[in-house]
Design a protein around this ligand. Structure first.
Ligand code: ADP
Ligand code: MG
Length: 533
């Protein structure tokens, strides 16, 4: 395993290296390079600072797998995460890294039946990955005993703080044995987090890795504007124009997944559907088929796609927009992994433009706009491929079996004629323009360009003492936006209007969602005027 030499050098054992190979990791990320040896060869507490998507889970997960004992009677590790999605993701990531080591890893979160969790906890668990609230529940019920843990990990500590879990975290820290090792991971280090670290961690080592993200920056991110009714057509064009398409397509619901997979199959693609209603047996069969490339399209829901370890995808397609920036990052992190380039494509309908801007901003990614391939581009691309394929046969294939037939056909016809007839006979279907449907332009009015502005309605006017300057100051004092970004202020008796760029609009709207006058937010998007774009 020369390939994994860098991981080996960090002190990982063969069993773990094998699991890593299966997972498709090739080189450790920066944070992994620094945390793993520190974790394995010292007993220091560690504070790790690195942004999302840099591989923190494996940074602490791999050493844990190395260090934990098999067949322990007690819970050995507690990992706290801010959300249930993260609890599941972290548990799945560690599970996929543990190889043949016999360790039980269980996510514990609110919303899941407590009985089910109790059963899992009773059956002997090594690593509990939980959200603070549910962990406290179990501690109180004495169904989770944390008196003998060797390690405690606080993952995404700043998010836990933002979500108001910090007191819970402190309570949990107090109810665990004091001779454990504590690791804290966070993208930012607010005071409150540092104080927590001072209070509950021994003299710790601070590891800061300011690096580019692992996943996203190798992924070419594109979006297409497309009307709902034309999504299928657009998808087919995207698949057809590629030389190799090996992709994961995300839909929002099970029904959407089934519908899309069926439509693709009707059109002759080898697609499979994956969602929560599919039995474990079927799921494995489908994944196996996909991994062996007997199918090159996998249509899935976010939940169903979680935890599948498929590497070298050429495309991830958001057939419908993900719910939030986090799932966007997670979805597209499935392509462009481990140093390989991939393409992430997002379809947006006119009304989703704002949501895309929001995702783009929070996911800190650049998503560029592209035009859906034209029919002639696809046909040309197919012709090119065909030519290449035939040249390859000429070059390496032994065609002597066919030469007699060929000569016979050439006796009475010109080579071009024979060749054309052959192509028509075998490829007519594929090169037919009629196979494609027209895609309607998305209405110009419904999309505003990226530098576009949003007009906001503010429920304060002259009667509230507002002047243009006062209104700008009022907003500036509440929300951190540059006042030069607020333009075209119009003050009426009881209300006002302002124009701001999208980004600022998002920030302002989010803030004022909570700030209401009567029952209504003080700031909302202005209703479109007839003459507005
Ligand atoms: P973080 O916790 O820092 O946000 P994650 O641990 O969730 O990041 O990792 C993000 C993605 O990168 C995951 O899909 C993970 O499998 C992948 N990943 C982690 N380490 C590596 C690596 N060394 N090489 C390739 N991919 C990696
Ligand atoms: Mg993480």
């Amino acid at each position: 395993m020369v390939k994994l030499a860098k991981f080996r050098a960090l002190g990982l054992s063969d069993i773990t290296l094998k699991a890593l190979e299966k997972k498709g990791f090739e080189e450790p990320s920066k944070i992994q390079e620094r945390i793993i040896p520190l974790f394995l060869s010292t007993d220091k507490d560690i504070v790790g600072q690195a942004q999302t998507g840099t591989g923190k889970t494996a940074a602490f997960g791999l050493p844990l797998i190395e260090l934990l004992k098999e067949n322990s009677k007690y819970v050995q590790v507690l990992i706290l995460t801010p959300t249930r999605e993260l609890a599941i993701q972290v548990a799945e990531e560690i599970n996929s890294l543990k190889g043949s080591k016999r360790l039980q890893i269980v996510p514990i979160y609110g919303g899941q039946s407590i009985e089910q969790q109790l059963r899992r906890l009773k059956s002997g668990v090594d690593i509990v990955v939980g959200t603070p609230g549910r962990v406290i529940d179990h501690i109180k019920r004495k169904t989770l005993v944390l008196k003998d843990i060797s390690n405690m990990i606080l993952d995404e500590a700043d998010e836990m703080l933002n979500m108001g879990f910090i007191d819970d975290v402190e309570e949990i820290l107090k109810s665990t044995n004091s001779n454990k090792r504590v690791l804290l991971f966070s993208a930012t280090m607010p005071d409150r987090i540092l104080r927590l670290a001072e209070k509950y961690m021994k003299k710790y080592e601070l590891v800061k890795a300011t690096e580019e993200k692992l996943t996203i920056n190798l992924t070419d991110q594109i979006y297409f504007e497309v009307n709902m009714v034309d999504k299928l057509e657009a998808l087919c064009r995207i698949i057809d124009i590629e030389n190799v398409f090996y992709g994961l397509i995300f839909c929002r619901t099970k029904v959407d997944v089934d519908t899309l997979a069926n439509k693709l199959m009707e059109r002759g693609y080898s697609a499979e559907a994956l969602h929560g209603d599919i039995s474990q047996y079927q799921r494995e069969r489908i994944l196996d088929k996909f991994k062996r490339r007997k199918a090159n399209i996998l249509v899935a829901t976010d939940v169903a796609a979680r935890g599948i370890d498929i590497v070298e995808l050429t495309h991830v397609i958001n057939y419908s927009l993900p719910q939030d920036p986090e799932s966007y990052v997670h979805r597209i992190g499935r392509t462009g992994r481990a140093g390989k380039e991939g393409t992430a494509i997002t379809f947006i309908t006119p009304s989703e433009y704002r949501k895309l801007t929001y995702i783009q901003k929070l996911a800190k990614s650049k998503i560029r706009k592209e035009k859906i391939p034209e029919i002639m581009d696809i046909i040309n691309s197919k012709k090119l491929r065909l030519k290449k394929d035939i040249l390859k046969v000429i070059k390496e294939g032994d065609c002597s079996n066919y030469s007699e037939l060929a000569s016979e056909m050439l006796v009475e016809n010109k080579p071009e004629e024979v060749c054309s007839a052959l192509l028509k006979h075998f490829f007519q279907e594929e090169l037919e323009i009629k196979n494609y449907n027209k895609i309607r332009e998305t209405s110009k009015n419904s999309f505003i360009d990226i530098k576009g502005k949003t007009r906001l309605f503010v429920a304060l006017g002259k009667m509230d003492g507002m002047s243009p300057r006062r209104l700008v100051d009022f907003i500036k004092n509440k929300v951190h936006v540059d006042d030069r970004k607020i333009n075209d202020v119009q003050i009426f008796d009881k209300f006002s209007f302002i124009n701001v760029p999208f980004e600022e609009a998002e920030i302002i709207l989010r803030f004022f969602k909570k700030d209401t006058k009567g029952n209504r937010p003080v700031v909302v998007i202005a209703k479109k005027r007839k003459d507005s774009r």
